[in-house]
Design a protein around this ligand. Structure first.
Ligand code: SF4
Length: 126
């Protein structure tokens, strides 16, 4: 049994996931506490293969002489959730990025990371 809070909408239903007997392809999961079907889908995904959107910051390449007051790091985020166990490897690759300005919100800085279909995009324009 696992207790979760649904994060799909602001209602934040308290969910309980219970495992049934083993079956081919994994045990059947029973979800209770959800007010809608999206909560059941979320709970099953969270139980079997949790994923997260990853946010971080990347250093900005310094212009010659620098610009006073300009941020030194750019916020970035993934365009799709990443399997939780792969987040440390993804962050290691994100931290190797050095951003060259100008950049617009949504510009892809790291495309199709390790063939996963996950992109890393700028989260603001600079
Ligand atoms: S179960 Fe449905 S109503 Fe409840 S928090 Fe999740 S999405 Fe919102």
């Amino acid at each position: 049994m696992k207790n979760l809070t649904c994060i799909v909408c602001p209602t934040g239903c308290s969910l309980v996931v219970e495992e049934g007997p083993p079956e081919p392809g994994g045990p059947r999961l029973t979800v209770t506490g959800n007010r809608c079907s999206r909560g059941a889908v979320y709970a099953q995904e969270e139980f079997r293969a949790p994923r997260r959107v990853v946010t971080a910051t990347c250093p900005i390449m310094e212009a010659a002489g620098g610009e006073p007051g300009r941020p030194r790091r750019l916020p970035v985020k993934t365009t799709a959730p990443c399997p939780r166990e792969r987040i440390p490897a993804l962050l290691a690759d994100i931290y190797r990025i050095t951003v060259r300005l100008p950049v617009k919100t949504g510009d892809i800085l790291l495309a199709n990371w390790q063939g996963s279909g996950i992109n890393v995009a700028a989260a603001r324009s600079l």
